[in-house]
Design a protein around this ligand. Structure first.
Ligand code: HEC
Length: 484
């Protein structure tokens, strides 16, 4: 029932939409506009929806889960919406409280714990919700009148929390001496040998979701933008650490940016389903590549710079001709959205992976590609994928908590680094192939040795924690709150 959907990408996406809609939702509630359906008559011991369940949700959850605020894509202001679930599908399994994601989130078994940023619900309230689900999660009888409930109390949100940005992107510089790490509104440049911060590049609109270095290592492109508004690419000069230009385009934020091997072009893939090419020297958008029917999460140039490959939530990889901007062909084998893509260093193969936990490897040509291998490689969504510079190894990270190394020719396992402290959303291999950088949702970073698979450095927190007042600015709700 609950098909895993955009997971972490929508986590960051949905969250950074901000608190303003939540406040609108709250005022709507305070005006008493929200109606909740009445309960059906239940057996004595089963709590009624209207009398017992709705008041708990209304008091503790509606500020963030009204149809106006809709955090996590989840609306619970009426029975039908509650049963429909959120961005990840249904949250209630009638008759099975343990399997209901809403209960798992209330009990802290699935992160983030709900209600977000506030104290956990009272045990008695959780017990009531459990009993209602165990009793079949019944709603109002058809045709029964709905009743407008009294205004709501403002949920118990801690006004101030110390938060640290997740690592949304990480990239080794071409000479391997530096790491660029993208987080909320900033990029940290880090000495890759010592882990020491070198500089912070600030002023980005929202999360820096993807980073690309120019092939000569002189410039850095940091891409992101405001969800539901626009995409942004900032190009920085690395020796002076000056901002060279800000390129704005797309109707939603950018998830992936790539620099062409000749240094002249940037490519971006966005939640708005478009792929764009940009001329670095002029800062102008030169082509809009339109064919995906859902969000584009990853783009990569072929090593010869002639083609671009894009991977999308629409389950397809598309290969484009750079000179003409034409789509050459579509690789449509995946059964769910794709989050990541990589060309083999030879340029003869493409690997992609995503929500169906599977690595796909295609042999590609100028006019067509054919599936060489596919393997259910992880136990949950594959968040990132990288191909080693020698072409021999494919590395994936997954929301099952692992980083896995596989033989690129056979997909046979080589090694697993398990039990990551949080989802590894970003991977980068040093250009000499000796080290792997992994950036996590909890804001930490680690460097691993590619021979011994030992952790050389880390985990360390990449960004400073900041005190954010929830409800002001982008609220920091995109960021998992730490206990202050
Ligand atoms: C302060 C805001 C806030 C409050 C209050 C809150 N939530 Fe959430 N909720 C969120 C955010 C933000 C997400 C998205 C989290 C993510 O995906 O990382 C979310 C996601 C969820 C999801 C997952 C939806 C999906 O499919 O991904 C469930 C279930 C949920 N909340 C239930 C509740 C319940 C039940 C309550 C009340 C007891 C509650 N929440 C209170 C902010 C809140």
């Amino acid at each position: 029932m609950s098909r895993p959907r955009r997971n972490i990408r929508s986590r960051i996406h949905a969250l950074s939409i901000g608190i303003i809609p939540a406040l609108i939702g709250l005022s709507a509630m305070l005006l008493g506009l929200i109606t909740l359906p009445r309960a059906r008559v239940h057996a004595d011991s089963t709590p009624g929806f209207d009398s017992q369940v709705a008041p708990i949700l209304q008091k503790n959850c509606l500020a963030c889960h009204s149809s106006a605020s809709k955090m996590g894509g989840f609306v619970l202001q009426n029975y039908a919406a509650l049963m429909k679930g959120g961005a990840h599908g249904a949250v209630i399994v009638p008759g099975k409280a343990d399997q209901s994601r809403m209960i798992q989130m209330l009990e802290g078994k699935v992160q983030p714990r709900m209600p977000f940023g506030a104290d956990p619900l009272a045990a008695a309230d959780i017990a009531t919700l459990r009993a209602w689900i165990e009793g079949g999660a019944l709603g109002p009888a058809p045709g029964e009148a709905t009743k407008t409930l009294a205004p709501l109390a403002i949920p118990d949100i801690k006004p101030q929390v110390a938060v640290v940005s997740p690592v949304a992107s990480v990239r080794f510089s071409p000479d391997g001496t530096m790491l660029a790490v993208g987080g909320y509104q900033e990029v940290r440049l880090i000495d890759s040998a010592s882990g020491k911060p070198l500089a912070t590049l600030t002023g980005h609109a929202d999360y820096v979701r993807s980073i690309a270095f120019s092939p000569d290592g002189r410039m850095l492109a940091a891409a992101g933008g405001s969800p539901q508004r626009s995409g942004e690419i900032k190009v920085w000069d690395l020796s002076s650490r000056q901002l060279l230009k800000t390129m704005v385009g797309h109707k939603d934020c950018i998830y992936s940016v790539a620099w062409s091997p000749n240094g002249k072009l940037l490519a971006s893939g966005s939640y708005d389903k478009m792929v764009k090419l940009w001329d670095v020297a002029s800062g102008q958008e030169t082509k809009n590549l339109q064919d995906h029917i859902d969000a584009v999460f990853a783009v990569a140039f072929s090593p010869d710079g002639k083609h671009l490959a894009s991977a999308s939530q629409d389950r397809s990889v598309k290969v484009w001709d750079i000179a003409s901007g034409m789509r050459l062909y579509t690789l449509g084998d995946a059964t769910d959205g794709l989050t990541s893509i990589a060309y083999s260093p030879s340029g003869k193969q493409i690997a992609a992976a995503g929500y169906d936990k599977t690595i796909y490897v295609w042999q590609i040509g100028d006019s067509d590609g054919r599936l060489l291998h596919s393997l259910i490689a992880d136990e949950d969504t594959i968040l990132a994928l990288a191909w080693t510079p020698d072409g021999k190894t494919l590395i994936t990270s997954s929301s099952d908590g692992s980083i896995r190394f596989r033989d690129a020719a056979t997909l046979d396992p080589i090694r697993v680094i398990d039990h990551q402290p949080d989802w590894v959303e970003a991977l980068s291999i040093s250009p000499d192939g000796t080290r792997l950088a992994a950036g996590r949702f909890n804001g930490t970073l680690s460097l691993f040795d590619m021979k011994s698979f030992k952790e050389l450095l880390g985990p360390w927190v990449a960004f400073d924690s900041r005190d954010m007042v929830l409800g002001i600015r982008d609220s920091g709700l995109g960021i998992r709150a730490r206990v202050p």
